[in-house]
Design a protein. Structure first.
Ligand SMILES: *Cc1c(COP(=O)(O)O)cnc(C)c1O
Length: 394
């Protein structure tokens, strides 16, 4: 059986998969089984934040694995406590952290905090959560319902939990708030929805309004967090102080981890929430190494240089190929080219892989770029050389 046959026979068909078999990665270059190399502008959907085969991360994982991989959360876990401290310190917010294993699970935790807050802090029960159109918050039954895309709310998985609604724009959120609203859950840059950043002023105004109304602001930073936008959190870039923030993708450098952090540290009591795997030795040791690597890149200015260089390259492409692309969108190293049609988007993706550069799609017509945050100038140059070759014939 070929690998493709094996996969099709035994793995459930939930993905429209490509069957290139990657066997090794170094930095932002991936190699398939035939030895062909690809520049990785996707980093496993913003997960491989420090690239492939990063020595410091690999060593941290190996060293931790030799000692303890996992014990339960019934015991204290040293790297977990240290990672929580590091996340809180880098964020600049006075918060506490709960560790989960994925983005959806982090958002579930955020919703549970909000719901308990709404149950216990007011005379009436507050439970409604407002989200936005084109958002993406995960694949569990609750987080698909929180996701503001009708196609996710198929009757196949109904009934969904009550208390979720989504609004077309931020300005509609104001009108939607009532005395049962407990929280507004948003991404500051909608990732899956099309790499669409919100205006800073609009977000600051909303944050101030929610504070005044006693409605919690939950920011889903599963994709934007951990330096993706150039700051540790997009919330730092937008200069807001959310009540609850969720993280996941880039935090473990590829080891599954999610986190929910909140300034309402006394909402959860023992027994309210938990996870068997969440925050275990392996994932939090990985997270510590990732944050060491990235905070150094941030402090010495090389992260900023990389994102300026990437942005410049992308703007040049957008300007030169205005027959294919409307504009360049995004923030930091979370970028996109808005294609003039879904067909162009599809062809760009297909040709790019053939030319040896991996990019992603987002929304209906956006070609998405989520390179590793450690990507070098040479890798950026090579990737765009291949990308240009891929689109020059379209
Ligand atoms: C990817 C993503 C999620 C879901 O994360 P999983 O780890 O796949 O559960 C949630 N929110 C946002 C903004 C994401 O980008």
């Amino acid at each position: 059986m070929t690998l493709e046959e094996l996969d099709k026979k035994y793995v459930l068909h939930t993905y429209a998969r490509d069957y290139t078999n990657f066997v090794k990665g170094i930095g932002s270059t991936l190699y398939d089984e035939k030895g062909r190399d690809y520049i990785d502008f996707a980093s496993g959907i913003a997960v491989n934040s420090v690239g492939h085969g990063n020595e410091k991360l690999v060593n941290a994982i190996c060293e931790q694995a030799k000692n303890i991989i996992h014990i339960s959360n019934l015991q204290v876990i040293e790297p977990q406590a240290k990672l929580a401290q590091k996340i809180v310190e880098l964020s600049g917010y006075d918060m506490g952290v709960f560790f989960a294993n994925s983005g959806a699970e982090a958002n579930e935790g955020a919703i549970k905090i909000a719901r308990k807050y709404g149950e216990t802090r007011f005379d009436n029960k507050r439970y409604k959560v407002i989200t936005l159109e084109h958002s993406f918050h995960g694949r569990t039954i609750t987080t698909v319902k929180a996701t503001g895309q009708e196609s996710f709310h198929t009757p196949n998985f109904s009934p969904y939990p009550a208390g979720f609604s989504y609004e077309k724009n931020i300005k509609d959120v104001y009108k939607a708030i009532d005395d049962e609203t407990v929280a507004v859950l948003i991404e500051l840059v909608q990732g899956e929805g099309g790499v669409q950043p919100f205006e800073k002023e609009e977000i600051q105004k909303l944050a101030a309004h929610l504070k005044e109304k006693g409605v919690l602001l939950i920011v889903d930073e599963v994709q934007t967090g951990v330096y993706r936008t150039g700051e540790f959190l997009a919330s730092n870039l937008y200069e807001i102080e959310p009540d609850i923030i969720t993280l996941a993708k880039g935090l473990g450098g590829g080891v599954p981890i999610g986190a929910v952090m909140t300034k309402h540290k006394d909402v959860f009591a023992p027994g309210d929430h938990g996870s068997t795997f969440g925050g275990n030795y392996l994932s939090t040791a990985a997270g510590l190494a990732v944050l060491d690597i990235l905070s150094e890149l941030y402090d010495n200015g090389s992260l900023h240089e990389a994102l300026l260089y990437f942005e410049k390259k992308l703007q040049e492409i957008a300007a030169e190929y205005d027959n294919l692309f409307e504009k360049e969108v995004g923030l930091g190293l979370m970028r996109g080219l808005r294609a003039k049609s879904a067909e162009i988007q599809g062809n760009v993706l297909k040709n790019a892989l053939e030319e040896g550069v991996i990019v992603l799609k987002a929304g209906r017509n956006t070609v998405r770029f989520l390179p590793s945050l450690t990507i070098t100038k040479d890798e950026i140059d090579e990737g765009f050389k291949r990308f240009e070759k891929a689109i020059s014939t379209l």
